[in-house]
Design a protein around this ligand. Structure first.
Ligand SMILES: CC(=O)SCCNC(=O)CCNC(=O)[C@H](O)C(C)(C)COP(=O)(O)OP(=O)(O)OC[C@H]1O[C@@H](n2cnc3c(N)ncnc32)[C@H](O)[C@@H]1OP(=O)(O)O
Ligand SMILES: CC(C)C(=O)C(=O)O
Length: 554
């Protein structure tokens, strides 16, 4: 890298628009969406889609609810041409969907484009030529008048060829390429000249598409450019101002959102942000950003993973695990404080109320995601996440102090493994540490009698291969067991709850127990019978306490 990058790179000049309005607006209307996946997306793939993939993608876009779909650059190749023919001839285009095709501003290519559209009910013919200074100088070797003439000539050719196919309902679209690098007054001059040819009306609008072909400035500058353009273009009421942003600086979504605030009516982009270089703007993120502001985008991503599958298979490119809304990890919290807040959020969240779960900007269920992935446990996790997984997956609600104790057990394991632990692995650990903890004492059986408010218990216990018989009496069953033990213990806390319901219901009991002079430890018992569950919990706690005392003595 250069010590002084200003020797090679210039800062982008701001737009002189002191009374700009867009910063104090909010997005209240949904734009017209146009997918460019089958054109801009397709032209940037390592392997462009074959016709079957294109058709599958087209049908997915239709199912999602996209009403304008740029399906090809028909003059580019026979495949693109044939695909347009197939859509038309085989009746793949629903009545409420309009296909769009792109052409350079060259008569031969425009003619071929119209040929591809013969018999279409409706179509958008999209023509572009570069208007930016470097393109005028380097690519076209033309001055401003020459470049404007290219656009005007193409507009005339399009007008003429459309008139020759009067059964099709035509919409015309013009893009001054690299609008963002074109002098604003010149962009307006060229677009006005194109409008002079096409003579749009409020009933028959023309689309003026203003591409950030390459993203070269901060999104506020794009917004200024769009607002400036909207104020200066003639026949504003007869024009749909369309945005077409790329993501070179990583701000394609921001630029588009600000462009909408600045007055645009329409957005072109690709699903999950495929497209040239760093991609076209991601239509899914834009749509779901609106959704999470309470504005239905008119696109349906209720099963976002099904859409992703088609897009990944057709593009042969993976969607990043951190990609907004759809990535594998974007609804997942590993870190303890996030998990704690999410768990508390779920606990107070009602089915109908405003969504208010910390760290989750969208309810994953709204886009077809389960809650399973929301909390995952590794060495960064705390008690909340562990407790959440046990609750969600196994119906086990650890009491608060036991959550703290068990999270240290899990922490030891994740540190040792250096890996994530699944809900099942956590449950196995709980099982090993607590439920199957039968050393040194294993409860083999018990008989309980209740008489006049007194509990009398007989216990059959295995101790190092030997069967022991203990007898105790107390005001309740647990007090009777404590009285039967040969070791002095104290029960500090007790909880119980049902797991499941009906005939399959089980009882879970949790006991916090202290040996004389030691710190208290927990045990769990699970059984169909609540008394058995509580006795097992007591033995589980006793064994853990004795193991800890042994470990400290060693
Ligand atoms: C920003 C974008 O994404 S724009 C869309 C880009 N997509 C594509 O290009 C994919 C499809 N394109 C193609 O397959 C080919 O470009 C074709 C078949 C359309 C044309 O191929 P070719 O005839 O070989 O021309 P090529 O694309 O190389 O263009 C070069 C010529 O067209 C001119 N040209 C380029 N763009 C345009 C335009 N939009 N309007 C008018 N002329 C143009 C160039 O100045 C150059 O002219 P020159 O030969 O007189 O110097
Ligand atoms: C054809 C135009 C709209 C384009 O794809 C771009 O400028 O990125």
């Amino acid at each position: 890298m250069l010590r002084d990058p200003s020797q090679r790179y210039r800062p982008f000049a701001p737009v002189n628009l002191p009374d700009r309005q867009w910063p104090s607006r909010t997005i209240t209307d949904v734009p017209v969406w146009c997918s460019s996946d089958l054109r801009d997306g397709n032209q940037s793939l390592i392997e462009p889609m074959d016709p079957e993939k294109k058709l599958r993608f087209f049908q997915t876009l239709v199912a999602v609810g996209v009403k304008q779909i740029e399906v090809a650059f028909p003059s580019a190749s026979q495949n693109d041409f044939d695909f347009v023919r197939r859509l038309i001839e085989d009746g793949h285009i629903p009545d409420d969907v309009t296909i769009q095709v792109l052409t350079q501003a060259r008569d031969d290519l425009i003619a071929r484009t119209f040929e591809s559209l013969r018999g279409a009910k409706r179509a958008i013919v999209h023509v572009y030529n570069a208007t930016a200074p470097s393109f005028r100088r380097i690519v076209f070797k033309q001055d401003k008048a020459g470049v404007k003439a290219i656009a005007v000539n193409a507009a005339q050719t399009i007008q003429r060829l459309a008139a020759e196919q009067p059964d099709t309902e035509w919409t015309f679209q013009y893009s001054p390429e690299i609008f963002t690098s074109t002098e604003l007054d010149f962009a307006v001059e060229v677009c006005d000249a194109v409008l002079d040819v096409w003579q749009p009306t409020p009933e028959r609008k023309v689309i003026l598409n203003l591409p950030a072909t390459v993203e070269v400035a901060t999104p506020n500058i794009y917004a200024d450019q769009i607002e400036w353009f909207c104020r200066h273009i003639s026949r504003r009421d007869s024009v749909l101002v369309s945005l077409h942003t790329h993501n070179d600086r990583g701000t394609g979504v921001a630029a588009t959102e600000l462009g909408l605030l600045a007055g645009a009516d329409r957005v072109e982009g690709c699903l999950f942000g495929n497209g040239e270089r760093t991609g076209n703007v991601d239509l899914v993120t834009l749509a779901l950003n609106m959704y999470t502001q309470g504005l239905h985008p008119g696109l349906d991503f209720s099963d976002i993973d099904a859409v992703r599958k088609v897009v990944e298979e057709c593009n042969q490119l993976p969607v990043h695990p951190r990609h907004p809304y759809v990535g594998d990890l974007v609804h997942t919290a590993f870190s303890g404080s996030h998990q704690d807040a999410i768990r508390k959020g779920f606990a107070v969240q009602s089915a109908e109320g405003i969504w208010e779960v910390p760290y989750l900007p969208i309810d994953p269920a709204d886009i077809g995601r389960s809650y399973e992935a929301v909390i995952r446990v590794n060495s960064q996790s705390g008690k909340g996440g562990i407790a959440y997984l046990l609750e969600q997956e196994y119906g086990i609600s650890l009491p608060r102090r036991m959550q703290i104790e068990f999270s240290q057990v899990v922490q030891g394991e994740t540190d040792r493994l250096g890996l994530e632990m699944t809900a099942r692995q956590i449950h196995d650990l709980l099982d090993r540490e607590y439920l199957q903890n039968t050393s040194p004492y294993q409860l083999l059986g018990h008989r309980l009698q209740e008489e006049n408010g007194t509990s009398v218990v007989d216990l059959r216990v295995s101790y190092r291969g030997e069967e022991l018989h203990w007898h105790g009496m107390g005001k309740g069953p647990l007090e009777a067991v404590v009285a039967a033990l040969p070791i002095k213990t104290e029960i500090m806390d007790y909880h119980e709850h049902a797991i499941g319901s009906g005939t399959n219901a089980q009882a879970a009991a949790y006991i916090e127990l202290r040996l004389e002079g030691e710190r208290s430890l927990h045990g769990i018992g699970i059984n169909e019978n609540i008394t058995t569950a509580s006795f097992r919990a007591l033995f589980s706690a006793l064994n853990r306490a004795l193991q800890q005392a042994d470990a400290q003595a060693a």
